[in-house]
Ligand binder design. Structure first.
Ligand code: ADP
Ligand code: MG
Length: 323
């Protein structure tokens, strides 16, 4: 049973207070719709995600505050993946009876804090009881200079392939959680509070440097595969170039098959993109750092090559998974 239950209207009043007002909005929470003026020369980006308890998260693995942060972050990451700037978030919550007001408040506080980190605001939503699991539905809107949105379909033969930050940490955390092991702090934070790469994405779109881009939510091979499929090209990537964190390298020394988690583990929320420029990774000023991992080829399929020139077969996904 719910220990304390504010009632829908009091809760919404509380949410309105913590959410604040977005400067880009004429009207946020409190009416039937949020109102945002249109800006000439900008395109509106909109994306939506559903998070279901037991499918996308487990309550016992996280805090409500971090769950709120992550729910906002993974949606903001979709705006980043298009090269845009996040602005408004809309939050639908289906709340089971055993979730207290304090849990919901922690959740919304985390959500609002993550939104603020990226200059976005909670601008509306809906709340109701759920007879089943906790349901979280998030819609995010953002904007990008007209014509600057970076699609999946723009990769061309000869483009270099880059990835931001490091890969695999989040998947290590998930594996340890599943096995009931203690997760090292770096892995845990990558899993519980991923950082959408908004600043980097804005830089890439304004510079016009990226031809195709997306965020790594399903794993590098799967997500890069989406770019290749949409662009009608193939790719060769070099195993030794996959960027790994220091803790990941330490784990890899104990278990070499972990490299497959860097290739196919999800939820890193790094950016993978293609560019005709071959030395972008040598330019300073990208945060996090970017690494060139391969090249777009005319031959269909996605091949992972070892330093010795052999084809590497990832244990979790075939090298030609969509071919
Ligand atoms: P309606 O009957 O039009 O759905 P509600 O009473 O559900 O209105 O919501 C009133 C206001 O509170 C609206 O502006 C709505 O966007 C906002 N709101 C409701 N639930 C949430 C939530 N979980 N997060 C943010 N805003 C919310
Ligand atoms: Mg409503």
């Amino acid at each position: 049973m719910t220990k304390d239950n504010l009632g829908e209207f009091d809760l919404i009043r509380w949410i309105h207070q913590v959410a604040g007002q977005g400067r880009h909005l004429t009207l946020g929470i409190g009416d039937d719709c949020a109102v945002q003026p249109q800006v000439a020369g900008k395109d509106l980006l909109t994306s939506s995600d559903l998070l279901i308890e037991g499918v996308h998260f487990k309550r016992e693995w996280t805090t409500f505050y971090d769950l709120g942060r992550k729910s906002a972050a993974v949606n903001i990451s979709d705006i980043a993946a298009m090269g845009g700037t996040p602005q408004s978030l809309f939050l639908g919550v289906g709340r089971p009876k055993d979730i207290d007001d304090s849990d919901i408040k922690d959740f919304v506080s985390g959500f609002v804090a993550e939104a603020e980190l990226h200059g976005a605001v909670l601008a509306g939503g809906d709340s109701c009881g759920s007879p089943g699991p906790l349901l979280i539905s998030v819609t995010v809107q953002g904007q990008v200079n007209s014509g600057d949105a970076i699609y999946r379909s723009g990769a061309s033969y000869g483009d270099a392939i880059y990835v931001s930050g490091t890969l695999g940490d989040s998947a290590v955390a998930l594996r340890k959680l599943q096995q009931g092991e203690i997760t090292e702090a770096t892995f845990a934070s990558r899993f519980h509070t991923p950082e959408p790469r908004v600043g980097l994405a804005e830089k890439l779109s304004r510079g016009g440097w990226a031809t195709a881009m997306l965020d790594v939510s399903d794993g590098l091979l799967a997500d890069l595969g989406h770019i290749l499929e949409a662009s009608g090209v193939g790719a060769d990537i070099e195993l030794e170039r996959i960027p790994l964190s220091a803790p990941f390298r330490s784990e890899l020394k104990l278990n070499s098959s972990l490299i497959d988690l860097a290739l196919s583990g999800g939820e890193d929320y790094e950016l993978v993109f293609t560019s005709p420029l071959k030395d972008l990774d040598r330019q300073t000023g990208f945060s996090p750092q970017i690494t060139r991992i391969g090249v777009v080829s005319m031959e269909p399929g996605l091949r992972v090559m070892t330093a010795g020139g052999d084809l590497y077969r990832c244990g979790q996904k075939g090298f030609d998974h969509f071919g």
